[in-house]
Design a protein around this ligand. Structure first.
Ligand code: ASP
Ligand code: MG
Length: 408
């Protein structure tokens, strides 16, 4: 007998019929002798609808009240799923985040889980109940309702699995696993049987939207065995996120190609090359609470250098505004920028032990005449910034160059 936490996303509970399907799947797992805790999202589109509704009343909705409101989406689905389970003759009970007591900090709309009281859940499980918990929500010390950020139900699932020391956390979604890249761009993309936690973290942070990044961080921290699989297929092992790099020995060096169109690039030309310059430029950006991603500084020339970095596209105009006076103050020549860029990244733990990955990538792009504007690397990732209009081409040729279209 195992203790399994299953999380079903919005499309998986998008209609009464689909909710009944989820109930049948949960029933099968319990019928095999497992204890099951189910976490659900709101029905697909519901969270967006609620946010839009709030904005019709208050352009910038009061965060506390927004959380009171959007958390209702999940409250509806826990009740419906529990009804469907009871209708199948099973013992089932629903809980909101606050009722479990998923304690969070008070950062409305992006709260972090601090602690979970799992005693009640354990007692229910021993009594033979299937437990259905609302994803995406918790409550703070003062009993205020909080939410965990968009996609936060994944994190609820993983956090409950960690608290209950579950044998596995299964994330059911509308895709059947994690792919080598987005199949909408590369039809030959393949489902990965396994991916390491580190790779998944890179893929998630680089814009592969299968899992909320916080849930992956959580799984890594508490070593939760995490599996992504489809709620629309009867069979299929999905993708297992592993910790053992040994599992990867038989596999390709590169696991996937991620991409991201959400960034913009800013370059300050002719910056005096002296200590403290990077701080003078990026300090004010950080003070404005703007995240900087890639940073590149050129080798100095005649006492001058060029300095480039990327930020989220939404912050682009704001950063330009911040930097104009800074550039004048430090006597830099010019501030330039562009928001028609894309970041393409090659991810794989095999990079640690294989040489020549970067040269293969750069040759592949060169053969297509794609100019690389910026490069950054980590132990298991190489990212390039290119013109947005070549993004899909770059993803396709890199996917092929690293043999990702070949069977594992
Ligand atoms: N319903 C929330 C959202 O749409 C949380 C989730 O689905 O994970 O972001
Ligand atoms: Mg999701």
């Amino acid at each position: 007998m195992a203790l399994i936490v299953q999380k079903y996303g919005g499309t998986s509970v998008g209609s009464p019929e689909r909710i009944k399907n989820v109930a049948r799947r949960v029933a099968r797992w319990q019928g095999q002798g497992h204890q099951v805790v189910v976490v659900v999202s709101a029905m697909s589109g519901e969270t967006n609808r609620l946010i839009a509704l709030a904005k019709e009343v208050q352009a910038n909705p009061e965060p506390r009240e927004l959380d009171v409101m959007v958390s209702t989406g999940e409250q509806v689905t826990i009740a419906l799923l529990t009804m469907a389970l009871v209708d199948l003759g099973l013992k089932a009970r629903s809980y909101t985040g606050g009722q479990v007591r998923i304690l969070t900090d008070s950062a409305y709309t992006k709260a972090r889980i601090v602690k979970i009281d799992e005693d009640k859940l354990r007692a229910d499980l021993s009594d033979g109940y299937i437990i259905v918990v609302a994803g995406f929500q918790g409550e703070d010390e003062g009993g205020n309702i909080t939410t965990l950020g968009r996609g936060g139900s994944d994190t609820t699932g993983v956090a409950l699995a960690a608290a209950l020391k579950a044998d596995e956390c299964q994330i059911y979604t509308d895709v059947d696993g994690v792919y080598t890249t987005d199949p909408r761009i590369v039809p030959e993309a393949r489902r990965l049987n396994t991916i390491t936690f580190e790779e998944m973290l890179e893929m998630a942070s680089l814009g592969s939207k299968v899992l909320q990044i916080r849930s992956v961080e959580f799984a890594g921290k508490y070593r939760v065995k995490l599996r992504v699989l489809s709620s629309f297929e009867e069979e299929g092992a999905g993708t297992l996120i592993t910790f053992e790099e040994d599992d990867k020995m038989e596999q390709a060096t590169i696991s996937g190609i991620a991409f991201n169109r959400d960034e913009a690039k800013i370059t300050i030309l002719g910056v005096p090359d002296r200590p403290g310059i990077a701080y003078q430029i990026l300090g004010p950006v950080g003070d404005a609470n703007i995240d900087v991603d890639m940073i590149v500084q050129n080798v100095g020339h005649d006492g001058l250098t060029d300095f480039s970095f990327t930020v989220h596209r939404n912050d682009y105009q704001k950063v330009l505004g911040i930097l104009k006076p800074v550039a004048a103050h430090i006597k830099a020549r010019e501030v330039q920028g562009g928001d028609k860029i894309a970041k393409v990244s090659i991810v794989g733990v095999g990079m640690r032990s294989h040489a020549g990955i970067a040269s293969t990538a750069f040759r592949t792009l060169a053969e297509e005449g794609i100019n690389i504007q910026m490069i950054s690397t980590s132990e298991i990732k190489i990212s390039v910034v290119i013109d947005e209009k070549y993004m899909e081409l770059a993803v396709r040729v890199l996917h092929k160059a690293f043999g990702l279209d070949q069977p594992q």
